[in-house]
Design a protein around this ligand. Structure first.
Ligand code: TNX
Length: 520
């Protein structure tokens, strides 16, 4: 593994030179673009970046220009100047498709909004390269594509015309920092890897039975006691407000939205160990470092629990600029449905009052969801009623079918890490499904997007995270980005091969899925 600082500068660039293992793919192209753009046509002469090549970009495109300059430096060894005239041009068109449609806003517009806001066009011909978009975020996505067109070592871009936009607004990854704790630097490195594949949400699972990871003002015991444990008995850890803000800033810099999750009412043993007033019997729970689920719950209706909800949700809302807060809601076995619904509805109200939208695991569909709330589908097999109820109430769905996208499942029987309750997941499985075919009556218009959770009962190190996420995470990124009719597994596998050497160079530990012919 490389130091995080090195990775922080990294925009994965997977070029088209044959030495990288990029081969003619069934679609007749020879690139390694992942996710595949909506429209791509290779034609005519390309452009060779020279020592004098400059990047012209408007001030709003500063982040995109900076990332592009870093990618050029890695490929060529020299750093292009930014500003003035340039052969590589980033242009804002001024048309802002979708600028009105998204939730939340910032100077740049929402990161998770109308997919049209992330659209861009990219052309390379003998005179230079140009990325055009209606928004700075669209330019940033286009720059990720341009970076992938650069060879690993070299300066020549292929002649190409690309018109691209994502299929889904929410293209997420979830990282469980509760079962095992990961440092700010490790989370930042994960963000860097996500951004290269146009993933725009990092959902942080910040609390569970085994650990509480976010400082809450006025409640130091949550991190002091609840933060000091993890699966297997290690030391755990937690984020100060400043740590969390650093993660948010690092992610925003790469147009990745942080969605924080504090679990309730279940998965709360760490909180119950920190504060006995949250239990019905008023007794302090013992810390828990095993991997069972379902046994813990807040005492619904207790004033102390209401105050706790208010403090926790206010803290998440205050520290998080993005519009979504996740309140967990899964796997509660010790409450009645009424108690469960009551707590979810209270939480939903607090989230709404803070100006945010609630996201919850699919069980929250048992409660009366507000139309702007979001349900995260995760179970395989029969679609439970709670998903249909959520949809009838107007909620949108995030698709995280466990048997496809749970990155903590083993690849095969020999995988040294991971669980297997949802099955073994090879890259074909992670790739070969359609989010619009999962739930009867739920097509593209009700699907907000796709998310790949990485639970960490068995993952302790950055290498472990990388090994489980690569190459399945890029497969899920393509499921979420690329039009269904343009996707083909054989073609994907051929394109993916060229990414292996880049990962190796970055020190990213990855699984050599047998369906891919990895170079060297
Ligand atoms: C199910 S899916 C869980 C997590 C576990 C995971 C392990 C869901 C919402 N809950 O608590 O970590 O399985 O694969």
């Amino acid at each position: 593994m490389l130091p995080a600082a090195l990775a922080a500068a990294a925009v994965l660039a997977t070029g088209a030179c044959s030495g990288d293992g990029a081969t003619a793919s069934p679609s007749g192209t020879w690139h390694s673009l992942v996710p595949l753009p909506a429209e791509v046509a290779y034609r005519g002469a390309g452009f060779t970046i020279g020592r004098d090549t400059a990047i012209a970009a408007p001030p709003e495109a500063g982040r995109a220009a900076g990332h592009l300059a870093a990618a050029v430096r890695r490929a060529t060894g020299w750093t292009p100047r930014i500003g003035g005239e340039g052969e590589i041009r980033l242009e804002l068109t001024g048309e802002r498709p979708g600028a009105s449609g998204g939730a939340g806003s910032s100077a740049d517009g929402p990161i998770v909004g109308d997919p049209g806001a992330e659209a861009y066009e990219l052309t390379v011909d003998r005179d230079g390269a140009r990325v055009r978009a209606g928004t700075p975020v669209g330019l940033f996505r286009g720059v990720q594509t341009l970076a992938q067109l650069l060879p690993r070592r070299g300066a020549t871009l292929p002649g190409v015309r690309i018109a691209d936009r994502p299929r889904f607004a929410w293209r997420g990854a979830m990282l469980d920092v509760a079962r095992h704790f990961f440092t700010v630097e490790e989370v930042e490195r994960y963000v860097d890897l996500l951004a290269a594949y146009k993933i725009n949400v990092l959902h942080l699972h910040l609390s569970d039975d085994q650990g509480w990871r976010l400082a809450v003002a006025g409640r130091p015991e949550l991190t002091a006691v609840g933060g000091a444990t993890e699966v297997g008995g290690g030391p755990g850890g937690s984020y100060t407000e400043q740590d969390y803000r650093r993660i948010v800033a690092h992610a925003r810099e790469r147009y990745v939205e942080i969605v924080p999750e504090i679990e309730m009412p279940g998965h709360t043993n760490a909180a119950l160990a920190a504060d006995p007033a949250l239990s019905c019997d008023g007794r302090r729970r013992r810390p828990y470092t095993g991997i069972d689920v379902g046994f813990s719950a807040l005492c619904v209706g207790r004033p102390a629990v209401d105050r706790f909800l208010a403090d926790v949700i206010a803290t998440m809302a205050r520290l998080t600029p993005g519009p979504y807060l996740h309140i967990g809601g899964d796997e509660v076995e010790t409450l009645t449905q009424e108690q469960y619904n009551d707590l979810i509805e209270r939480a939903q109200e607090l989230v709404g009052a803070a100006g945010k939208r609630m996201v919850g695991w699919q069980e929250v569909g048992g409660a009366r969801l507000a139309p702007g709330s979001v349900s995260q589908y995760w179970q395989t097999g029969r679609t439970p009623d709670d998903v249909h109820r959520a949809v009838r109430r107007g909620a949108k769905l995030i698709m995280s079918p466990a048997s496809r996208v749970y990155l903590d499942m083993k690849y095969d029987e020999e995988t040294r890490l991971g669980l297997e309750w949802a099955g073994l997941i090879e890259i074909e499985d992670a790739y070969g499904w359609d989010p619009a075919e999962l739930v009867d009556g739920v097509g593209d218009d009700r699907v907000l997007g796709v998310e790949a959770p990485l639970w960490t009962e068995t993952a302790e190190t950055m290498d472990d995270l990388e090994y489980l996420a690569f190459p399945r995470l890029p497969a899920v990124a393509e499921v979420a980005w690329t039009p269904q009719e343009a996707r083909d597994f054989g073609d994907f596998a051929a394109r993916l091969a060229g990414h292996g050497p880049r990962w190796s160079e970055l020190g990213v530990d990855f699984h050599r899925s047998p369906a891919v012919t990895w170079p060297n």
